[in-house]
Design a protein around this ligand. Structure first.
Ligand SMILES: Cc1cc2nc3c(=O)[nH]c(=O)nc-3n(C[C@H](O)[C@H](O)[C@H](O)COP(=O)(O)OP(=O)(O)OC[C@H]3O[C@@H](n4cnc5c(N)ncnc54)[C@H](O)[C@@H]3O)c2cc1C
Length: 602
């Protein structure tokens, strides 16, 4: 199987899903759903994945992009989560996705001379020890004040009492999610984007209920009914069709409650949405050669190197608005700048911010008392936010662990967790789904299954110069492709081989090539301009105009592939430019003069 999701063959995927029956239908194409589809498909099951918008269109393109144990969770005593996450981090860096997940150093500045170094040092010793002995990332190190300032001259020197350096890893979250979905396709999964599960089908013949109206009057599915598939709306045509499946797995992130409620399912957990905002800045705005993590009054603030840019964030505030496009506000932007300015020698202002993005954490809380929790299925990572009254906790205090719930026969649902632990989440939810399956199902194999692009990586890296010569492409462009596509970079180069114009840059000052747009359609399932500019290449969050000026060029490349005529092309460009305008709104509001706090974080 080639591992291709070809947007031009979408109708074939749709027909295959409708023909059924599937062993497992996964609802949701974020990292959890893509991971579940891969886990199930690689156990030999017949799998379908439906995603209402695009792969990674929800939270999975809007994270801090760290594959990490989470130093902060260690302080909260969440040892199990940290240990699992560190093991996963190392597995991804070393074996499963070395082309996509890379170690990154973080500097942790110290401000309290006597007490802080032993405290943070002890935490980092635990962090390193938990990882185990075969470590693909270096140990932590102690730095003097001079050493800290050498690595990060941007830090305010007064009261700085040295620093620690430790390692985590980072990833392009959307690209990773797409790669997991493609690997699932390589193992036979049928992946369809632009397809929404509007209701669950049940053996009791309950009338499917739409989930578009959140306030619909819903009666509950009856106890004893078995879920036997889902009714799906094709978002491109508006048509409804049924997908029969022996098991349905809900991986809908912050939409989970809506999926349950639409069919009157009483799930054993509820999702609380917590908004996190990040700012993107030029590398020149902050003079530091490593990432940095600093304490804030509520949590921590990361300065994360991102190519020629920094990603700085994040926030953690309760959210009850639009799930699809959560908005960053002026207050979010100013909060992050204020916290950053507490530690920086030269204060940042809004003028330094190139872009801003917001995402929603799907945190799990106990359901209200009226809805008793359903039986929970637990692998090692299962378990709701413990204790009573979890629903009252501030979102910063809610557990980052995941919950697997099986509210009805044939139906399993998962939420919570972290990007880093997606593979364990996928394993746990598929284990729960195949419990009592009509035939034996082998255990998960994803721990030894490299993702698409990982096999043969060293040989392809070593061949970069030859590839540059063969395809008449500059060496940095080939290296850029290998960094993003791994050992299948040759597929993108083949497009350039057939049409030299695709070897040109997509936008001045960015490494992306025009060929990546065509490849997004032919191999990665991109249906709309946003699928390309927001998730296949990252101009939505990297460029000051959020990629608006590149939209016509992207439309020109997509049009012949997807048969767009002039009116459709104009409409696609208009839609993207409206999205870009929404994304830059928080930066267009006139800035009051920022008065950075000068106290040093506790
Ligand atoms: C600000 C922020 C920073 C974070 N940083 C990190 C980090 O650095 N490291 C880390 O490990 N984790 C991080 N996380 C957590 C991590 O990003 C999430 O846990 C993870 O992305 C959630 O993935 P998901 O697949 O569960 O949800 P999503 O990515 O939201 O996917 C759910 C999908 O379901 C689809 N869907 C919904 N309803 C339907 C339906 N009816 N039919 C079909 N499809 C449907 C949606 O369109 C969506 O694409 C962060 C989260 C946030 C918000």
């Amino acid at each position: 199987m080639p591992g291709v999701i070809d947007a031009r063959n979408r109708d074939a995927a749709l027909r295959a899903l409708a023909a059924g029956p599937l062993d497992v239908l996964v609802i949701g194409g974020g990292i959890t759903g893509a991971g579940a589809a891969l886990d199930a498909a690689s156990r030999g099951l017949r799998v379908g994945l439906i995603e209402s918008r695009d792969l990674a269109a929800g939270t999975s393109s809007r994270s801090s992009k760290l594959i990490h144990g989470g130093l902060r969770y260690l302080e909260q005593g969440d040892f199990k989560l940290v240990k699992e996450a560190l093991r996963e981090r190392d597995l991804l860096v070393s074996r499963l996705a070395p082309h996509l997940v890379r170690p990154v150093p973080f500097l942790y500045p110290l401000y309290k001379k006597v007490v802080e170094r032993p405290y943070v040092g002890a935490g980092l010793v635990i962090y390193d020890v938990m990882e185990g002995t075969r470590r693909p990332v270096p140990h932590h190190r102690h730095l003097s004040t001079r050493g800290a300032l050498r690595r990060a001259p941007a830090l305010r020197p007064d009261r700085l009492a040295g620093a620690m350096v430790y390692y985590d890893a980072q990833v392009d979250d959307a690209r990773y999610t797409i790669t997991v979905a493609r690997t699932a396709a390589r193992h036979g999964a049928i992946v369809l984007t632009g397809a929404t599960a509007v209701s669950l089908l049940s053996s009791g013949g309950a009338t499917p209920r739409g989930m578009s109206d959140e306030k619909a009057n819903i009666s509950d599915m009856q106890v004893g009914e078995r879920v036997i598939g889902a009714r799906v709306r094709d978002e491109e045509s508006g048509r409804l069709f049924d997908v029969p499946a022996t098991r349905v797995v809900v991986c809908a992130g912050v939409w989970s409650d809506l999926v349950h409620e639409a069919s009157g399912v009483r799930a054993g957990y509820q999702v609380r949405m917590s908004k996190g905002v990040h700012l993107v800045m030029a590398r020149s705005a902050i003079d530091a050669e490593t990432g940095m993590i600093v304490r804030t009054s509520k949590s921590v603030l990361f300065f994360i190197p991102w190519g020629e840019r920094w990603i700085v964030g994040t926030t953690d505030t309760e959210w009850s608005g639009d799930r699809a496009e959560p908005a960053a506000t002026v207050e979010d932007v100013d909060y992050i700048l204020g916290e950053a300015n507490r530690v920086l020698a030269s204060p940042l202002s809004r003028a330094d911010v190139l872009a801003v993005y917001a995402g929603l954490r799907p945190l799990v809380a106990e359901p209200p008392a009226a809805k008793p929790p359903a039986a929970k299925h637990g692998g090692t990572g299962s378990g709701a936010a413990a204790g009573t009254g979890a629903g009252e906790k501030p979102t910063t205090k809610l557990s980052r662990e995941h919950v697997v719930d099986a509210p009805l026969p044939g139906l399993v649902s998962i939420a919570g967790g972290k990007f880093t632990t997606y593979r364990l989440m996928a394993r746990d939810v598929v284990d729960a789904a195949v419990d009592g399956f009509p035939r034996p199902v082998p255990p998960s194999v994803t721990g030894s299954l490299p993702l698409l692009g990982a096999d043969g990586l060293p040989a392809v890296r070593a061949s970069a110069r030859r590839l540059a010569d063969d395809y008449l492409v500059a060496l940095p462009a080939v290296e850029h492709l290998i960094d993003r596509y791994g050992s299948v970079a040759g597929e993108v180069l083949d497009l350039i081989g057939a049409d030299k114009s695709l070897g040109q840059p997509l936008a001045d000052g960015y490494p992306y090539l025009r060929a990546e747009v065509a490849y997004a359609v032919t191999h990665e399932g991109a249906l709309h301009i946003a699928d390309v500019l927001a998730r296949r290449v990252r101009l939505l969050i990297e460029s000051p105009d959020a990629g608006a000026s590149a939209a016509p060029e992207v439309a020109a490349i997509m049009s012949p592939l997807l048969g767009w005529h002039r009116r459709r092309r104009t409409e696609e460009i208009r839609r993207y430019q409206a999205l870009a305008a929404e994304n830059t709104a928080a930066l267009r509001t006139p800035a009051p003069s920022l008065s950075p706090e000068i106290s040093i974080p506790a």
